[in-house]
Design a protein around this ligand. Structure first.
Ligand SMILES: [Zn+2]
Ligand SMILES: [Zn+2]
Length: 740
C-alpha cells in the first residue's frame, strides 16, 4: 500500500493524502492551499494524479484547507462518492458555494485588469456550478460506525472535537494477506473547547497521521480565556469604543458567542450589543443549531436551560451590505466579522473606520499568519494600509490564544499517548519548524518513531515496514518547465528518485528516458583525472611530480611550475591544463587517451552506454543538445569537439555514472592511496557539512552535474541536453536530501 502526502506536509494548508492499494486510489481530504505564493499556485496547477482514477474521497471536516479543492476535483472529472459526517456535509453546502463565489469574484477582478492590458484572461479554479455538483456526490456518515466503502477498505469516523462535524478517520486497508490500520487525525480539537465534544481517544493503529498546528505551543486554559475576554470587553466598553473581533466564520465565531453568553449570564460583563457581521457565519450558526446533538454536555445543558449561545438579548445577525455599513456609525458594540486574519471580508471595512480611534479595541483570537493584516496589528504596526488607504493604529490590540480550535502540544501528546503498537507517526499540518520540533517531542516523550513527510513524498507501507519511495510531483512543482534531461538520486543501493523530462530530439519528438545518453561537456574531466590516478597507481608518477618531468618533449612554459595535482585543480585555464594531462596519459600508457579511458575505466566499471563520440557518429539513443537563442531553441551542431578527449566529448547515462561512482569509491579503479588525490579537485562541503564530491559539466547545449556524499551514501546525477534549469533542479534535490 502506498501513501502520498500531497498537501499539509511541512505546511498547514492544502490537506490531501492519497492512498493506493490493490486497484484503488482514495483521497483523504482535498484542501486548498493558503499562504506563500508558491503554495497558492498549487491551487491552480493540475493535480499530481488523475482525478478520473480516484475511486472515493474521505473528508475529515468542512474547513476550506481540507475541503476547498473538492469542486476542482469534480471539475476535472471525479464522479465518485465523498464520505463525510452529516454535519460536515451540511457545512459544505455553505462553505463550497461561498468558496466558489470567492474564486469567481477574484478572477473577475483580475480579468478586468488583464482585459484592459489586452492579456489572455484567467479561469476561476472552479465555479458555483462545480461546487453544486460536488454537493451531489456527498455520502453522509454517522460517527462511530464502520463502513466498507470499497472492497478491502473500511473506515470509521470519530469525533475530533475540532469544529462541528470534524472527524478523526480510522482506515483499515486489506491487501492479499496483510491488514493495515491507519488513523488520520484530521484537525484535533482542544480538550476543553466550548460547544463541541473533546476529541475521541483511540487505542490501536499501525500508522498515525497527526496534525501539528500548535505542536510546539501551549494555550491559555479556559477559565483564563473567559476571564481575559471579560476584561477586554469591560475595558473597551468603559472607553466607549467598539470591540472588533476578526473571527473565522466557522467555529471560532460560535465559540466566542458561547463565551459571551456565559459572561453575560454570570453578570461579568454588562448587557451589550453584539453584531455577527458575516453572512457565512450566519448560515454556519444556523447549521450549528440543527446539529445540537453533537454539542458537549455543557452546551446541551445551556440549551435545555433556555440559554442558547446563538440567541440572546442584544445579539444581532447582519446579512446585507447596507446593514453592515450602518455599523460604521455605531459605538460601544462588539462586532464579530470575518476573515479571521483580516486579509479579506467585511472586517477590513470595520478596521478602516475604527482603528484610528484610541477608544477602539481589536481582539485577535485566531492564528495570524505572516504577511496578513492581522499579523501586522499583532506585531504593533503604527499605521496599516487598508483598501489603498493609510490608517493610523490608535486602537488597543489584544490577543487571546485560548480560543484555538486546535489542540496544543499537551493535548496532541495526550491523544497520541493513548495508542498502542504504533509503528510510525507521520507529522503533518504544521509549519515546517513546528512539525519537526513536535516530531522530536513525540519521540522524546512517547518513544514513538516519527516521520515529517515532505510535500509530494510517497511511502510504501506494509504492516511492519515503511519505505520512502521518493517524491512525486517534482515535475509539477519544482522543476523548471523548460528543463530537459534526467534526474537520478541514490541512497545506498536504492534509487530513491528517478525522473526524465523534456525531449531528447525536438525534431522527432523523442522523449528523454532513463536510457538516454547525454553529452557531459567539461564534466568529462573526471575521467581524465581518474586516468591520471590509474597511472599514478602504476608508479608512472605521483600527483606531486612536476608536469615537466612527465612529458618526454617537455611542457609549454605556462605549465613549467605545475605538478600533476596542479594541472588537475579546479580553476582557470582548465581546458589547456586537462589537454596536457591527456597528453601525459597518452605518453605513459602507450595508448590513445580515449582507448586508455575506455579500457581502464568504462570497461571495468561496466559503463556500457558510455563512450567518447564525435558529433557525426553518435550512437542511437543520444540526446541532441539544444541552445537557447533569441529565435528559440537551436540544435547544437557546431560546438562539440570533433573527437572526444581529455576535456570533453564523453556521452553517458545517469545509470552509467552511478556505476562509475560505485566502481571508483569501491576501490575497483584506483587504490585507496590515490583516491583522495584524484577527488581533491572536486571536493566541497554539502549543506550537512559532510564532504561531497561534485563534478559540473557544460558545453553549448549541455549541462550536467553529478555529486556524491560518501558518508551518507548519497548520489545525485542530473544530465541535461538543454541549458535551462539544471542548477535549480540540483538545488531542489540537494535541499530535499539535506532535509531527510
Ligand atoms: Zn480545521
Ligand atoms: Zn486544517
Amino acid at each position: 500500500m502506498q501513501l502520498e502526502f500531497l498537501g499539509a506536509a511541512e505546511t498547514v494548508s492544502g490537506s490531501c493524502f492519497l492512498l493506493r492499494f490493490g486497484m484503488y486510489q482514495v483521497l483523504v481530504d482535498c484542501g486548498m492551499f493558503h499562504g506563500p505564493k508558491e503554495l497558492k499556485e498549487r491551487n491552480y496547477g493540475s493535480f499530481p494524479f488523475n482525478p478520473l482514477e480516484i475511486d472515493a474521497v474521505i473528508l475529515t471536516h468542512a474547513h476550506i484547507d481540507h475541503s476547498g479543492l473538492l469542486p476542482k476535483l469534480v471539475k476535472h472529472g471525479f464522479r465518485g462518492p465523498i464520505y463525510a459526517t452529516e454535519a460536515t456535509v451540511d457545512l459544505c453546502t455553505i462553505m463550497l458555494p461561498d468558496s466558489a463565489h470567492i474564486q469567481e469574484a477574484e478572477v473577475e477582478r483580475k480579468n478586468r485588469r488583464l482585459s484592459r492590458q489586452g492579456k489572455p484572461l484567467l479561469e476561476p479554479i472552479y465555479t458555483r456550478a462545480h461546487a453544486d455538483q460536488t454537493l451531489e456526490q456527498f455520502r453522509p456518515m454517522v460517527y462511530d460506525e464502520v463502513v466498507e466503502i470499497l472492497p478491502g477498505l473500511a473506515i470509521r469516523m470519530r469525533d475530533a472535537g475540532h469544529i462541528l462535524g470534524a472527524a478523526i478517520v480510522e482506515v483499515w486497508v486489506e491487501e492479499e494477506d496483510s491488514r493495515i490500520k491507519l488513523v488520520f487525525s484530521g484537525d484535533i480539537g482542544n480538550l476543553d473547547q466550548p460547544i463541541v465534544q473533546d476529541p475521541t481517544f483511540l487505542k490501536d493503529a499501525d500508522y498515525v497521521i497527526v496534525e501539528s498546528t500548535y505542536g510546539t505551543r501551549l494555550h491559555q486554559n479556559r477559565d483564563n480565556r473567559r476571564a481575559r475576554l471579560g476584561e477586554v470587553v469591560r475595558e473597551t466598553m468603559a472607553e466607549g469604543g467598539n470591540l472588533l473581533v476578526p473571527a473565522f466564520a466557522l467555529g471560532r465565531t460560535q465559540d466566542l458567542l458561547h463565551e459571551l453568553r456565559n459572561l453575560l449570564d454570570a453578570g461579568e460583563i454588562p448587557p451589550i450589543r453584539v453584531y455577527v457581521d458575516s453572512p457565512l457565519a450566519v448560515s454556519a450558526t444556523e447549521i450549528f443549531r440543527k446539529h445540537r446533538s453533537f454539542f458537549d454536555f455543557e452546551t446541551r445543558t445551556m440549551l435545555e436551560e433556555g440559554r442558547s449561545p446563538f440567541e440572546f438579548a442584544g445579539l444581532h445577525y447582519v446579512q446585507s451590505v447596507e446593514e453592515s455599513k450602518r455599523l460604521n456609525t455605531m459605538t460601544g458594540a462588539i462586532i464579530i466579522s470575518a476573515s479571521g486574519m483580516c486579509d479579506a471580508g467585511r472586517i477590513k471595512h470595520h478596521l478602516r473606520h475604527n482603528l484610528w480611534r484610541p477608544q477602539t479595541g481589536v481582539l485577535l483570537i485566531g492564528y495570524q499568519a505572516e504577511g496578513t493584516l492581522g499579523r501586522q496589528l499583532q506585531d504593533g504596526a503604527e499605521t496599516v494600509r487598508i483598501h489603498g488607504e493609510q490608517v493610523k493604529v490608535k486602537a488597543k490590540i489584544h490577543t487571546i490564544t485560548g480560543f484555538s480550535a486546535h489542540g496544543d502540544q499537551d493535548a496532541l501528546l495526550r491523544w497520541l499517548g493513548e495508542f498502542d503498537g504504533v509503528k510510525r507517526v507521520f507529522v503533518v499540518h504544521g509549519e515546517k519548524q513546528a512539525a519537526h520540533e513536535f516530531a522530536h517531542e513525540i519521540t522524546d516523550r512517547l518513544g514513538l518513531k516519527t516521520i515529517v513527510p515532505r510535500l509530494d513524498e510517497v511511502f510504501e507501507l506494509t504492516p511492519n515496514t515503511v519505505e520512502r519511495l521518493g517524491v512525486v510531483g517534482f515535475s509539477e512543482a519544482q522543476i523548471d518547465p523548460d528543463f530537459a534531461g534526467v534526474i537520478k538520486v541514490w541512497e545506498g543501493r536504492d534509487q530513491i528518485f528517478s525522473g526524465a523530462y523534456g525531449l531528447a530530439s525536438r525534431r522527432f519528438g523523442v522523449p528523454n528516458s532513463s536510457e538516454t545518453r547525454f553529452a557531459m561537456g567539461s564534466g568529462s574531466r573526471i575521467f581524465t583525472a581518474a586516468a591520471a590516478a590509474i597511472l599514478a597507481d602504476a608508479g608512472k608518477f605521483t600527483f606531486n611530480t612536476p608536469a615537466a618531468r612527465c612529458l618526454p618533449e617537455g611542457v609549454p612554459p605556462w605549465a613549467e611550475g605545475l605538478t600533476i595535482a596542479g594541472l588537475l585543480a579546479e580553476g582557470e585555464d582548465l581546458e589547456r591544463r586537462y589537454e596536457l594531462v591527456g597528453a601525459i596519459v597518452q605518453a605513459h600508457s602507450g595508448e590513445s587517451f580515449v582507448r586508455f579511458v575506455e579500457g581502464h575505466i568504462f570497461e571495468p566499471a561496466a559503463m556500457e552506454s558510455t563512450g567518447y563520440y564525435a558529433l557525426n557518429r553518435l550512437p542511437s539513443g543520444t540526446a541532441t543538445g539544444y541552445i537557447c537563442t533569441d529565435e528559440g531553441w537551436v540544435e547544437n551542431i557546431f560546438a562539440v569537439p570533433p573527437h572526444g578527449g581529455p576535456t570533453g566529448g564523453a556521452y553517458t547515462t545517469a545509470e552509467d555514472l552511478h556505476r562509475f561512482w560505485q566502481a571508483l569509491l569501491g576501490g575497483k579503479l584506483v587504490s585507496e592511496a590515490v583516491l583522495p588525490e584524484l577527488l581533491r579537485p572536486f571536493g566541497c562541503q554539502a549543506a550537512s557539512r559532510l564532504t561531497a564530491y561534485t563534478v559540473w559539466g557544460s558545453a553549448p547545449g549541455v549541462s550536467m552535474v553529478t555529486t556524491v556524499i560518501p558518508a551518507l551514501e548519497q548520489e545525485v546525477t542530473i544530465l541535461s541536453n538543454g541549458e535551462v534549469g539544471t542548477d535549480g533542479v540540483y538545488h531542489t534535490v540537494m535541499d530535499f536530501l539535506n532535509k531527510r
